[in-house]
Design a protein around this ligand. Structure first.
Ligand SMILES: [Zn+2]
Length: 78
């Protein structure tokens, strides 16, 4: 039976998003965990996350963070 979303899912498997800095962040496990919580929290802005990362000498620009949060990067399409 045809699923209404089947074509979208197939397409999504083909369209890999752009590379994402999330993959190359050099953070401790505790920081990664905190970061993931922040990413999942709608009340914390991407700009704030960029600043938090800057304090840890990591570069991830807010609009790329926003893209990651939307699931439009390669992380979501592996
Ligand atoms: Zn990503």
């Amino acid at each position: 039976m045809a699923d209404a979303l089947e074509q979208f899912r197939e397409l999504q498997n083909i369209v890999k998003g752009p590379r994402c800095a999330f993959q190359s962040l050099d953070l401790s496990e505790a920081d990664i965990q905190a970061l993931n919580e922040a990413l999942a929290s709608a009340s914390i802005t991407s700009k704030t996350i960029q600043k938090w990362l800057e304090a840890r000498k990591q570069v991830w620009v807010y609009y790329n963070i926003a893209r990651h949060r939307r699931g439009d990067c390669r992380c979501a399409n592996v």
